[in-house]
Design a protein around this ligand. Structure first.
Ligand SMILES: [Zn+2]
Length: 352
């Protein structure tokens, strides 16, 4: 059965999707807790504002789905459970994948599911849980990841509000776990071409067909750790290295996707000229957010177009992502214990 009719419910007639998440309880931000104690009333308020979609948990979804009428926001089902809301902030925070998330989503008539990747200071365990949740969803047949990120430009002709489909990465992250392999299991996947070229082709075709968005195919994306923006010296250095755009996302996602044999491609939305440009104003959060908002609408139109172009059968894809681990395992199979086989069955089951 095609997934496209279900996904189309996410989008308004103009191709945009305004999705409101009212399921959040943590982020170390106390003010986020106010006003959502009564989730039923909160859902009513949001429905009255008529967004295209509302993100809720399994326990909250009935507040939306029990409402009569066909014209209501689509349900985006959150696939994890986390800390219960309360007057004081929970610590530590957690994110646990629900059982059978896709089956539950179908049962609740959700338009799609969403998985969170929380990166909260001093909550390393939470981050690891999120990675495990993403890995678990892999077992449900996730084959493509299309990511959208805001980047600074390191070259004149990649101007603000242009889109870039990058084809190379330089990893300048410092403290992000970037592999599923540990505990004596050693695998080296090929990462010479870090983005899936076939999926990038689909992104380019969709942008070209839309016809009204300036874009560039190819570019070196330098991924920095952040959260601070780069210094002028770093920005000049990255330009000398041949980097074209700079951002804080794409890694470790691209590496983990390759290890999970998932196709991964990125639409990078240029928001600014970073800090190297002499005549442009230096990057500020205000500028990034203003341009990001304008880019988001374009990104949504592109994702909608690409979703309709993904091959129904991955065997029809022209890339090698689905067999990235075929020759990557270094550990001698005779040293792989039963426990390790069980632990890595999801990634390596078809090879061991
Ligand atoms: Zn691929």
């Amino acid at each position: 059965m095609s997934v496209h009719p279900r996904l189309r419910r996410l989008f308004a007639a103009d191709g945009a999707c305004f999705d409101v998440a009212i399921d959040h309880g943590f982020f170390n931000e106390a003010s986020f807790l106010a006003g959502i104690e009564d989730i039923g009333a909160a859902v009513t308020t949001i429905v009255d504002a008529a967004p295209d979609a509302i993100q809720l948990t399994v326990g909250q979804a009935h507040h939306l789905q029990d409402r009569p009428g066909a014209h209501k926001p689509a349900l985006v089902l959150r696939t994890d459970v986390a800390n219960v809301y309360g007057k004081t902030l929970p610590n530590p925070v957690f994110s646990q994948l629900i059982a059978d998330p896709v089956e539950q989503a179908v049962r609740l008539d959700a338009a799609c599911v969403v998985v969170n990747l929380f990166l909260i200071p001093k909550q390393a365990t939470l981050y690891h849980q999120c990675l495990a949740n993403i890995a678990a969803l892999k077992s449900l047949g996730v084959e493509w990841i299309l990511s959208v990120s805001a980047v600074g430009s390191l070259r004149e002709d990649y101007a603000p509000l242009h889109l870039v489909i990058p084809d190379q990465l330089v990893d300048r992250t410092k403290c992000r776990p970037n592999s599923f392999f540990a505990d004596g299991m050693v695998a080296h996947v090929s990462f010479a071409d870090p983005f899936c070229s076939a999926t990038s082709d689909l992104l380019e075709a969709a942008i070209r067909d839309l016809g009204d968005i300036p874009y560039h195919r190819g570019g070196v994306y330098v991924c920095i750790e952040g959260p601070q923006f780069s210094t002028k010296a770093e920005s000049r250095l990255y330009r000398q290295w041949g980097c074209d755009i700079i951002g804080m996302t794409a890694l470790p996602e691209a590496k983990l996707a390759r290890e999970a044999e998932i196709c991964y491609a990125t639409i990078a939305c240029v928001t600014d000229y970073d800090v190297w440009h002499a005549s442009e104003e230096a990057v500020s959060l205000e500028l990034v957010v203003a341009n990001l908002t304008r880019n988001v609408a374009n990104a949504q139109r592109i994702l909608r177009a690409v979703a309709a172009r993904l091959p129904a059968d991955r065997a029809d894809a022209t890339c090698d992502c689905s067999s990235a681990l075929a020759n990557a395992l270094i550990t001698d199979p005779s040293y792989i214990t039963a426990d390790l086989r069980k632990k890595y069955a999801l990634l390596l089951g078809k090879y061991l």
